[in-house]
Design a protein around this ligand. Structure first.
Ligand SMILES: Nc1ncnc2c1ncn2[C@@H]1O[C@H](COP(=O)(O)OP(=O)(O)O)[C@@H](O)[C@H]1O
Ligand SMILES: [Mg+2]
Length: 332
């Protein structure tokens, strides 16, 4: 058994490109992270950083015609999902991994009763009677805080928050071992967002579900994530426990990002948001991909690509200057 097999999920050196109009979009470049059972990792970064592409690669739902996995492995319980026959992968998608997409309406059928939609998911993935599936669908509704007698209503009779809860219920209907939530609360107002997050946290405790939480909202990271991987221009540029990343943000990009929200503990340091724009994904800069925006960048940064080094126990950072700048906590 190799080292990676110890983890529930192990993403290794994933590189994914899209071809569009004769150009190659370097969406994901050498991304690695691990996740254990019952744990939640947050993938954090700006729009276009590659977060959704990572999720779709794990589930193998990338568009066939334009996307290509150039290299990498995705071990789930020691099996490389990228090597499974499609038939096997379909089972993994139904029974082991569920994904919640950003917009609940894309996942719901407007012409079908809400409860029936959950029941259908249960029927597809479990060999049980209609009666049992119906009962289970009602249980799922109650579990996400919707009275079971609303089983017979249609999506348009539900508020945005309730629709997203239904989508979450559908994602959970098959008891996934891994839940991938791609910005699940972006479309919701703040009160509903808080309810949905609380529900997700409850489920994690009740079912020991592992989760990948994709978000650019650091409040969500503070609330639900055990670990954090900061994604910049297709790479993981910093990774560590939630406490490490909040208390000792080390990469200049992370410092910029995390400076914008109150820290978990201690003094609140408000730093300026990250100035500038991400690089052109068709033409990533030489050297450190963040160097064009980095206030500390030197000629070396613009020439050589930084390695991912351990800056504190189980806390990794991709910055050539890390050794020179003392890792003492925010601000640097
Ligand atoms: N189907 C596609 N065809 C071409 N480029 C794409 C496609 N999907 C995403 N991209 C590009 O890949 C990069 C990563 O996108 P994405 O994974 O959606 O990032 P995120 O979820 O972090 O916003 C972006 O530059 C985006 O424009
Ligand atoms: Mg996305």
């Amino acid at each position: 058994m190799s080292q990676t097999d110890k983890h529930f999920l192990s993403v290794k050196d994933l590189t994914v490109e899209y071809s569009a109009d004769g150009q190659h979009v370097h969406a994901v470049s050498g991304v690695s992270f691990e996740l254990d059972r019952g744990r939640t990792i947050g993938l954090v970064g700006e729009t276009g950083a590659g977060k959704t592409t990572i999720a779709k690669t794990i589930l193998r739902i990338l568009p066939d015609f334009s996307a290509r996995v150039m290299q990498g492995e995705v071990f789930l319980d020691g099996r490389d999902l990228l090597k499974l026959p499609e038939e096997e992968m379909r089972k993994v998608r139904g029974q082991r991994i569920s994904m919640i997409f950003q917009d609940p309406m894309t996942a719901l059928n407007p012409t079908m009763k809400v409860g029936r939609q959950i029941q259908e998911v249960i029927e597809i993935h479990n060999n049980i009677s209609k009666h049992e599936a119906h009962k289970r669908a009602e249980e799922m509704l109650e579990m996400v805080g919707i009275p079971k007698d609303r089983y017979y209503e249609y999506p348009h009779q539900f508020s945005g928050g309730m629709k997203q809860r239904v989508v979450i219920a559908m994602a959970l209907a098959c008891d996934p071992d891994l839940l991938i939530a791609d910005e699940p609360t972006t479309a919701l107002d703040v009160t509903i967002q808080a309810q949905v997050l609380e529900m997700i946290n409850d489920l994690k405790v009740k079912k020991n579900t592992s989760m990948i939480m994709i978000t650019h909202d650091l409040g969500i990271v503070a609330e639900v994530c055990d670990e954090v991987a900061v994604i910049y221009a297709g790479q993981v540029i910093e990774r560590g426990s939630r406490e490490e990343i909040f208390d000792y943000p080390t990469h200049p990009y992370t410092i910029g990002l995390f400076g914008a929200v109150p820290k978990l503990t201690g003094d609140v340091h408000r730093l300026s948001p990250v100035a500038g724009l991400p690089p052109d994904p068709c033409n990533p800069p030489k050297g450190c991909r963040f160097s064009p925006r980095c206030p500390h960048a030197t000629d070396v940064c613009r020439e050589s690509e930084p390695e991912f080094i351990e800056v504190r126990p189980d806390h990794f950072c991709r910055c050539l200057l890390t050794k020179e700048r003392e890792v003492q906590g925010c601000p640097n």
